[in-house]
Design a protein around this ligand. Structure first.
Ligand SMILES: [Zn+2]
Length: 304
């Protein structure tokens, strides 16, 4: 190449949001359709992104199609703003969307992209939550053919999932699904709510915020619109149960850092095998943990 040749600036630069306008428009049209038919897996032409499928490309395309100059973005992975995946996704959006703000605070964000968790703090009507989805179809466990799964979804035929849940009950005395709990939206479609823990599923029910779920590899977008019914699949006589984090004596574990007893906790195992017995628990939502800690310090300061 001629060393004097300079790439014209507008060719070298990315367009705002990395995706071209046609791609963004198509994703937005699919989002509108997904909102109109709550829980329906809307197919879309998932684009190649400069990262591997499985690293949140579906969620990222939804985020990039929605984000505007006035948005404040928060990206979390397993509740944490600082994990590698969250940091690299956030940097990518900062790079390709000049002028937007990013934050670690749940309340300050207008757009939240997340993997595996819904923030502890209840979201508002002014916020949109984008969840990254590896496997969009809950029926894939019981039916390999996509064409047949489509018919089953259309007819609201979820008997085979219910049979699977029943088999769980027979074998283990309880339903053993810990993540991706099948959830019925607006009384019809059953969705895979992405690998959020059971603890987070009730947050989808009548959520004030719009929840969008994007699967990049599987090329599907679906939605839980604001104020929509979201009911985990259960039997009349076996109620839905969330993780309760209690010890054998029925006492709830507290976060080792902030002392919270009302949050989803991660079990931390010390690396040293000698100390294995002293495992401890910590809030999975790092912003919530920091807020609780700041509040305690404030109260302690006032008392002093
Ligand atoms: Zn905590």
């Amino acid at each position: 190449m001629n060393p004097d040749y300079e790439l014209p600036l507008d060719e070298a630069a990315y367009s705002f949001g990395f995706l071209d306008e046609y791609a963004k428009r198509e994703v937005r049209r699919c989002i509108l359709k997904a909102i109109s038919i709550p829980g329906y897996q809307t197919p879309y032409a998932s684009r190649e992104m400069p990262m591997g499928r499985g690293f949140g490309t579906g969620g990222l395309q939804v985020t990039l199609s929605l984000i505007g100059q006035n948005d404040v973005l928060k990206v979390i992975d397993q509740g944490s703003d600082d994990s590698v995946n969250a940091v690299s996704l956030r940097q990518f959006v900062e790079l390709t969307c000049p002028g937007i703000d990013t934050t670690e605070s749940t309340v300050d964000a207008t757009l939240i992209q997340s993997r595996h968790r819904i923030p502890e703090k209840a979201l508002t009507e002014d916020q949109v939550l984008v969840l990254q989805v590896p496997y969009p179809d809950p029926l894939v466990l019981v039916e390999p053919s996509e064409a047949r799964r489509k018919v089953m979804h259309g007819e609201g035929d979820y008997s085979r999932i219910l049979t699977k849940l029943y088999e769980d009950l027979v074998h283990f005395d309880e339903i053993t699904i810990s993540h991706r709990y099948p959830t019925r939206i607006n009384g019809h479609y059953v969705i895979d709510p992405s690998p959020i823990p059971r603890y987070d599923v009730p947050q989808l029910h009548q959520s004030k915020a719009l929840v969008l779920l994007g699967a990049g590899r599987e090329k599907k977008i679906y939605a839980v619109p604001p104020y929509t019914q979201a009911e985990p699949l259960v039997f009349d006589d076996v109620p839905f149960r969330i993780e309760d984090f209690t010890n054998a004596q029925g006492q709830r574990y507290a976060c080792v850092r902030c002392g919270a007893v009302d949050s989803y906790l991660d079990e931390i195992m010390p690396a040293d095998s000698q100390e294995r017995a002293q495992k401890f628990w910590q809030c999975s939502d790092s912003d919530y943990c920091n807020q609780q800690l700041a509040q305690h310090k404030l109260l302690a300061g006032e008392a002093a």
